[in-house]
Design a binder for this molecule. Structure first.
Ligand SMILES: Cc1ncc(COP(=O)(O)O)c(C=O)c1O
Length: 405
């Protein structure tokens, strides 16, 4: 298990948070001092508008920005830095694929395949695309353990969909999808695959080349990086087919009165002044994770999740959702008829922060037949004691809300 990491995260030393058990890292993680310092240093020493100035300060800003891109590429094992487009977050990255690629390639009547497990960010853009293009949105369902029905996927692939969009890890159920296997099958059927890595990149080693993803998206803020920086990985084979979504400065190579030509990839997708400090912070987060090692992060997650599942199962009237095995570090549950919001508010009084609600996955809730669940998610700064405090809190909640059990 990883130990002593909590002290690297200044938020946990702030007076208001000394006793905090933070179990909502699936929503957003906390940042180590190193990330905050890297961003501060950029603003204090190297801030200028990249790609624009001929002076040394601007060159340093450009170097920071492009070095961050190269670092992201290496982290997910992209073949080239040019495959990395900086966005605001995973949501914006999915929209870039929908507007920048799918709008130009999906024909009326073609099938777009998504799964019932998707976060709204990897679902609503495809609903809108289907409306714009007259395409047909179809679903791969999940079974009672939260696993995708791969038999149904085979049926759907026979319909020759144009695109499959799926998450690698479900934020609502903790399911880990076998994306490499799924992509291989989809490619055999000639289908382009978009992978939502928002919940996987922070927690496990991701290799976009070995999984053969066409497009892959994630957010910096869930992996110890800053808010407001995200990543769209676009495999080089799609670069010619990917069109700009936003127009303006820096994304052009030349502008005439009535016509403009676009810059090369990835800059043609990055219109306007970018969040350079965010990219710098994300690079520092990658260094931090890299030094710990993603295998160690995954192992730590696994230990916490196993302990939590074992303890949660012992609570009577608990309803645990999602897979029984191979469970990501995010656990959804309900206790009797206690409303998850009441549970979260009660736990908050004891310094324990969990999430309650539909987790931006209303299709998952619909399928489970509930309006909401409580959700505890773990990351590298959580400890077994944090899990035990959650269990103690839930036992106290059961007593307090007795009549709702
Ligand atoms: C699986 C998944 N996809 C996408 C997102 C969207 O991330 P963001 O809000 O950073 O764009 C989230 C956020 O919770 C998520 O869990």
């Amino acid at each position: 298990m990883l130990t002593d990491l909590r002290k690297e995260f200044p938020l946990f030393s702030a007076a208001a948070n000394r006793d905090l058990v933070y179990l909502d890292s699936a929503a957003t993680a906390q940042r180590p001092q190193r990330v905050i310092t890297a961003m501060n240093d950029f603003y204090a020493q190297d801030n200028a508008n990249p790609h624009r100035g001929a002076y040394r300060l601007a060159e340093r800003a450009t170097q920071h920005y492009e070095a961050a891109r190269a670092k992201v590429a290496a982290f997910i094992h992209a073949a080239a830095a040019e495959e990395i487009i900086f966005t605001r977050n995973a949501t914006e990255a999915v929209n870039f694929i929908a507007y920048g690629w799918a709008d130009h390639h999906v024909q009326p009547g073609e099938v777009i395949l998504v799964t019932e497990l998707e976060h709204h960010s990897n679902l609503v853009p495809w609903q809108m695309l289907a409306q714009r293009r007259g395409a047909i949105l179809k679903y791969i369902e999940f079974d009672d353990q939260g696993h995708l029905r791969l038999d149904q996927m085979e049926e759907r692939l026979r319909e020759r969909p144009r695109l499959l969009a799926l998450t690698q890890v479900s934020n609502a159920l903790g399911t880990i999808n076998p994306v490499a296997e799924i992509i291989a099958r989809a490619h055999e059927a000639g289908v382009v695959v978009v992978v939502d890595g928002a919940q996987s990149v922070p927690h496990m080693r991701v290799d976009v080349q070995s999984m053969q993803a066409d497009f892959f998206v994630f957010s910096g803020h869930k992996m110890l990086g800053p808010l407001g920086i995200g990543v769209l990985y676009a495999n080089q084979r799609h670069h010619a087919g990917l069109q700009p979504v936003l127009y303006g400065g820096d994304m052009i190579s030349s502008v005439d009165y009535h016509h403009s030509d676009w810059n090369d990839m990835p800059w043609k997708m990055e219109a306007g002044t970018q969040h350079v400090a965010g990219a710098v912070g994300l690079a520092a987060a990658i260094d931090f994770l890299g030094e710990i090692g993603m295998e160690a992060v995954a192992e730590h997650d696994h230990t916490l999740t196993r302990h939590a599942l074992e303890q949660l199962q012992k609570l009577d009237r608990i309803i645990l959702y999602g897979p029984r095995e191979n469970h990501a570090a995010v656990i959804s549950f309900n206790i009797g008829a206690i409303h998850p919001h009441d549970l979260a508010t009660f736990l908050d009084q004891r310094g324990i922060a969990i999430r309650s609600g539909h987790h931006c996955a209303q299709l998952v809730m619909r399928k489970l037949g509930v309006a909401a669940t409580a959700r505890a998610s773990f990351y590298l700064y959580n400890t077994l004691e944090d899990v035990d405090r959650l269990i103690d809190g839930l036992n106290a909640a059961k007593e307090y809300f007795g009549k709702w059990l």
